[in-house]
Design a protein around this ligand. Structure first.
Ligand code: ARG
Length: 439
């Protein structure tokens, strides 16, 4: 059953067989593996290495195998080393000697490299789509709540007034950068490794450009040794995924805080919450907490990949088989997190009044009072100090700045006149600042 059995005199230990097999993990590559094989067969035939008849039989049988897998008539299991051995063995089972010709001018090293690149490209494109969907939801939620104002925070202390929409648009900017990072990753890795063979190419006159084009790559890798042992692109993608998870986890953290009784700015729908087995009143924001927690898994995958690749001599080493689990797991985690986040946001309830009330307390217009004094000629640092004293006075009197009488303000400076009240209205400072930016 081994593709390489003849060189060996004793059978592989059962322990080793199980330890070595990656079939349970890499079976999800069956589609890419068959696609790569079909392109390879077409190329071999075009170059006169296989006959037209052999090309026809091999492609037909490879497609049949794919269909059988998809209809669940063929289950990917058994003591095969990996998906490549599984499919080749099935092919030989159908075609006999013709099936044995598939692997001419190819190694599993370039085969797995091309499969992984095809899979990675597909999954990156899907993730870009998920990001675009989430961006649309964030934009729609902002549009729907155009008039909602809330405190903006630094150090989790109320700082200045912002609009809810503007706060959401900060995440739109983050996710837009994530899309660029992923698009750029594809640009860099979009070169076909097929034809590198084990590490040093082949003595056959093959046409690497042909397979590259058939498989949708922009060209071929330059160097065979690098082509079979490059896993940079997986690291780059999972690093971009890790940054996506940073962004999602920051948003999750805010949703969790805002959903708490202490903030009470939003209500997360029952659809994305769970209850407590002991405390009947509880409704916990589990979806957001899980995304926040799963961020750790994706970072873990990144560290795994970095460590697997560290100090590996050229070219292929079996260590590289370990790239699959972390990569596949991070794809699944990122994609499900993006989808859940979008759905959770769609069903979010916004407590406008609570947000507005929070704006009123916390001296969110103190910076505008400073600006007012500066416009009237006071040096900034002096104005800053003066308004600090005004805030202290307000705290003692339990008043907001706009509630102070003009004569109270004039105790601090003669520069205050009644125009101050309009100047520090929240709506006006938004118009002069954020809203001007938003267009
Ligand atoms: N299952 C292997 C992997 O994923 C395929 C390549 C095996 N190549 C080899 N020379 N043993 O890395």
């Amino acid at each position: 059953m081994k593709l390489w059995g003849s060189r060996f005199t004793s059978v592989e230990s059962k322990l080793m067989e199980d330890f070595n097999s990656s079939l349970g993990i890499d079976k999800i590559l069956y589609e890419q593996d068959i696609k790569g094989s079909i392109a390879h067969v077409q190329m071999l035939s075009k170059c006169g290495i296989l006959s037209k008849e052999e090309e026809h039989l091999l492609i037909k049988s490879l497609k049949e195998i794919q269909e059988e897998i998809e209809n669940e008539n063929l289950i990917i299991e058994g003591n095969y080393e990996d998906i490549h051995s599984f499919i080749e063995t099935k092919l030989v089972g159908i075609l006999g000697d013709t099936g044995k010709k598939l692997h001419t001018a190819r190694s599993r090293n370039d085969q797995v490299a091309v499969d992984m690149k095809l899979y990675a490209k597909l999954k990156v494109k899907e993730s870009i789509y998920d990001l675009e969907q989430l961006i649309n939801v964030l934009k729609e939620l902002g549009e729907k709540n155009e008039d909602v104002i809330m405190p903006g925070y630094t150090h989790l202390q109320r700082a200045q007034v912002v609009t809810f929409k503007y706060h959401l648009l900060a995440y739109v900017s983050m996710f837009e950068r994530d899309i660029k990072r992923l698009e750029n990753a594809i640009k860099i890795f979009n070169e076909s490794p097929l034809g590198c063979c084990a590490l040093a190419g082949t003595t056959y006159s093959i046409d690497r450009k042909f397979t590259a084009k058939k498989l949708g790559f922009s060209g071929c890798v330059d160097n065979f040794l690098d082509g079979v042992s490059d896993r940079d692109y997986l690291i780059e993608i999972v690093s971009a995924f890790s940054i996506i998870m940073i962004h999602l986890s920051r948003l999750c953290e805010e949703l969790i805080l805002w959903n708490s009784n202490e903030f009470d700015f939003i209500e997360i729908s029952d659809m994305f919450a769970t209850g407590s087995s002991i405390m009947p009143q509880k409704k916990n924001p589990d979806a957001a907490e899980l995304i926040r927690g799963k961020t750790g898994r994706v970072y873990g995958s990144l560290i795994s990949l970095l460590t697997i690749m560290k100090a590996l001599p050229l070219a292929y080493n079996k260590d590289m088989q370990e790239d699959k689990e972390p990569f596949f797991d991070s794809v699944k985690t990122v994609q499900s997190s993006l989808k859940i986040m979008a759905e959770m946001l769609k069903s979010l309830e916004i407590n406008k009044n609570k947000m507005k009330k929070a704006v009123k307390t916390g001296f969110l217009n103190a910076t505008e009072v400073v600006d007012y004094l500066v416009l009237k000629g006071m040096p900034f640092r002096e104005a800053h100090g003066l308004v600090g004293s005004v805030v202290l006075y307000c705290e003692e009197k339990n008043k907001t700045i706009e509630e102070l009488k003009l004569n109270e303000l004039n105790q601090f400076s003669d520069l205050f006149d009644k125009s101050i009240y309009d100047y520090i209205k929240y709506e006006n400072s938004l118009k002069k600042g954020i809203k001007k930016e938003m267009k």
